[in-house]
Design a protein around this ligand. Structure first.
Ligand SMILES: NC(=O)c1ccc[n+]([C@@H]2O[C@H](COP(=O)([O-])OP(=O)(O)OC[C@H]3O[C@@H](n4cnc5c(N)ncnc54)[C@H](O)[C@@H]3O)[C@@H](O)[C@H]2O)c1
Length: 445
């Protein structure tokens, strides 16, 4: 704060640059934890907040609960005295900057579920002090930062946004398991609700990431993130549809896409699969759909992409049924091994994975289903899929593989012996294009 009590953005920037500032991060999940460690790497003191006491305890003991983040990194950060995690939310008044990385899922009616953002806003508003910078990182619809977060903070604290505290949005672009990019090397988009907020937020992120991309407003930054994920959702739907279209023409869509991607301009390769999965692509586009309704406009591409992607598991099950039928076997009573339940390769995250939909369909059809996933040793229990009885990944031995009527390849993890699998599987249904050359026991789906 300046001498006259008004917010001094320049002073806050100086505190950030000189590392006098502590950074608070709310939500120690897949986004918040790597961000915290990236800040620690740049010599910031970081105070993490989470409502999940088990995570707080694990992290404070120097243990990571996310497979692609090493415990050694967490231990070094905690042991070095730069990183602390707490569930005491009164301490939110300590840091000069607070980054919010809480979940933004959909409700059961497929509408934005902002209850975690709202809860955080209330906890923070209760202790907010003059001179703090607040940045929302959770993916959300345009307007959330200035229409939802800002007013709650003002109401709870009695402070005024822009005069007493700064507020910005900066979307997270973390790509878990991607060896080519990590927090520091992924450019960060930043937009403030006003000029000073954008400037100070950009100064903070500039200390951690190689490139900051300033945009004119928080709502523009919110729209950037949704645009990126809608682009993915639509293109995934397109190649999934092409998979279905080319199949009866006896054209292998993966061969087509490989060849098409030799074009050095104007084409970007997406890979077909068993549907869509993860906590972003099947969810984020519908945040825009919801907001668009408020303005009386429609999001037809998003709806169509949703339709195509949601129908993919039915297509896969149909192909599996036909292949079993050709071997004079009904699905009912057949033993099916699902290979991979994580939503994408080489991660341990099974949220919104199409594997659950596929297993559910198979169980309902009377199949005996087991799974193998090197990254998911125990099937996460969710209320929706509580009836999926098998809870543990089985070993992928030649004997096990050969004992199933069919293996359904859902996730193409890197550390699987695909040659062994093809040699011993009676029938292998490949939804990821792992097997390019034709094999008698492999069916692409
Ligand atoms: N995981 C990704 O790859 C990714 C990528 C880009 C954007 N995002 C977005 O980032 C946000 C966070 O995603 P995530 O994957 O890290 O979620 P996550 O579920 O892994 O982590 C969120 C954490 O927030 C905690 N939490 C919930 N409510 C809280 C509260 N009121 N106070 C403190 N902590 C609270 C939870 O206990 C959890 O540990 C979401 O909006 C998501 O869409 C995620």
């Amino acid at each position: 704060m300046s001498a006259d009590g008004t917010l001094d953005g320049e002073r806050l920037v100086q505190k950030i640059l000189s590392r006098e500032s502590t950074v608070g991060i709310v939500g120690m999940g897949y986004v918040g934890l790597p961000l915290a460690l990236a800040l620690v790497d740049q010599h910031f003191d970081v105070l993490g907040f989470d409502i999940d006491r088990a995570k707080v305890t694990e992290l404070m003991a120097g243990r990571s609960y996310i497979s692609h983040i090493s415990s050694e990194r967490v231990e070094r950060a905690v042991g070095g005295g730069r990183f602390e995690v707490t569930d005491d939310f009164t301490r939110l008044s300590d840091p000069d900057a607070i980054l919010i990385c809480v979940p933004t899922p959909l409700t059961s009616q497929r509408e934005p579920e902002l209850k975690y953002v709202v809860a955080t806003a209330r906890q923070l508003g209760a202790v907010l002090r003059s001179g703090q910078l607040v940045v929302l990182e959770s993916t959300t619809y345009p307007g959330t930062t200035d229409e939802v977060l800002g007013p709650i903070l003002e109401e709870e604290s009695g402070l005024v946004c822009g005069r007493d505290f700064l507020l910005a949005f900066s979307p997270e672009r973390e790509d878990p398991g991607n060896p080519d990019f990590h927090t520091a090397t992924i450019p960060k988009v930043v937009g403030g609700v006003d000029e000073a907020s954008g400037e100070v937020a950009a100064a903070l992120y500039g200390q951690v990431v190689e490139r900051v991309v300033r945009v004119s407003s928080a709502r523009t930054a919110e729209a950037v993130k949704l645009t990126e994920n809608i682009f993915r959702a639509v293109n995934i739907a397109l190649v999934n549809e092409l998979k279905i279209v080319f199949d009866p023409m006896e054209i292998d869509v993966w061969e087509v896409l490989d060849a098409a991607s030799s074009k050095p301009f104007g084409f970007m390769k997406f890979s077909p699969g068993p549907g869509w999965g993860g906590h972003c692509i099947p969810i984020d586009p519908f945040y825009l759909t919801w907001k668009a309704r408020e303005h009386g406009v429609q999001t037809r591409f998003i709806e169509l992409a949703g339709e195509v992607n949601v129908l993919m598991p039915s297509y896969v099950i149909g192909k599996l049924q036909l292949a079993l039928n050709a071997r004079k076997k009904p699905v009912n009573g057949s033993r099916v091994l699902v290979l991979g339940v994580a939503y994408k390769r080489d991660v341990d995250d099974a949220r919104e994975s199409p594997a659950f939909v596929l297993m559910d369909r198979l169980v309902r059809l009377g199949a005996k289903v087991r799974y193998h996933d090197p990254h998911v040793p125990v099937l996460p229990r969710t209320r929706r899929w509580a009836h999926l009885e098998q809870t543990e990944s089985i070993d992928l031995t030649p004997e096990h593989v050969g004992s199933f009527d069919a293996v359904l390849l859902v996730t193409d993890h890197g550390d699987v012996d695909y040659e062994m699998l093809a040699e011993h599987a009676q029938l292998l249904v490949d939804t990821r294009g792992v097997y390019r050359a034709p094999r008698a026991n492999v069916v692409k789906a």
